[in-house]
Design a binder for this molecule. Sequence first.
Ligand code: CTP
Length: 400
Amino acid sequence: MGIFSGKEVVLGVTGGIAAYKACEIVRELRKDSANVHVVLTRSGSQFITPLTLQTLSKNPVATDLFDLISESEIGHISLAQRAHLLLIAPATANIIGKVRNGIADDMLSTVVMATTAPVLFAPAMNTQMYASAAVQDNMAVLRSRGYHFVEPDEGELACGTVGPGRLADVDKILEMARIVLSEKPLSGKKVIVSAGPTAEALDPVRFFSNRSSGKMGYAMARAARRMGAQVTLVSGPGAIPAPHFMDTIRVRTADEMFSAVSRASADADVVVMCAAVADFKAKKAAPAKIKKDGFDYRLELSPTVDILETLGKKKGKRILVGFAAETDDLTTNAREKMRRKNLDAIVANDVSRADIGFESDDNEVRIFFPDGEIRELPLATKEGIAVGVWLALNGKLFRR
Ligand code: CTP
């Protein structure tokens, strides 16, 4: 179950060229099981029709506060009350100015004033308008009143100028909406998460690696961010794009991951090593491509640095959490690793099963703690497991 599941989202669409992107926002919200009610301003309807948004949202579109049919069918107070989130995308300078000044002269500005739900603006406008003292000042005041913003992206705008002002990417807007909607039990925590495999060079074209996709680690990082933590993700090579609203440090080798994790974790509260760090590397990587002819098919290997074990020796106040992917003797192996690496918890999963682990979108894990307690998280998406792991860690470790 995603964060939008069962949520009532009111989407305000105002008059800018990016209004057409509201269609994609409606579709993505519905795909994640939100119930979407669109409020389209008069100028918004110059760019996109109510019929389009109604067809996509499968709900009537509210347009004009003073339209009797619209008001009796939808009602600005009922919309304001039923909303879990009010998202305004695109948000023009005009709506931002109106909300800051307490003007409620149409359906959308009235709903904003009448709601107690969180309000998230996704501004989109010309670069100079965005940089203007009026807009910047209005945004600062609204932020101080608890309104949320997802900054526009930089790029070429419809008016031809280049700079900040383009509506943020839809997935970025939706991620900020998830952050706004989530409870924040990890607020104030600094979290480091590692993810993915590492790759150890044999020569300039070949390397050792493993089957880790990084999905579980990325899900852990995103979940921590949504739950209010400040997150740094240290990622080995992989195809997953960098998550929004956190620092992502890309590395290749175990040595690089060790440096990045050590540096980032100096003042961290928690380090979660989800990465499948390669255990071996070539003793000496060949400087040029190894040729078949004359190669004796023997390679000398040496162990890589054990990142967690090293951190565990100088732990300080940091909480250290490991992941263990096992094919046999899950409990014995996981407990032995937790002890050897001086961990506060280890999350273990059985990668011999085809339905969970590695490239799969699902997982099922057991969390072991040094006092003998075990928490079982039944089969769920990796996103769901990540939330469960953080809640378990929070309940057990962060309150002591
Ligand atoms: N780990 C690490 N540095 C390594 C190897 C592993 O920090 N060089 C971390 C992993 O990120 C994980 C935990 O240690 O959180 C357990 O990893 P795993 O590969 O299961 O354990 P190993 O100690 O490598 O033992 P083995 O491969 O023999 O099972």
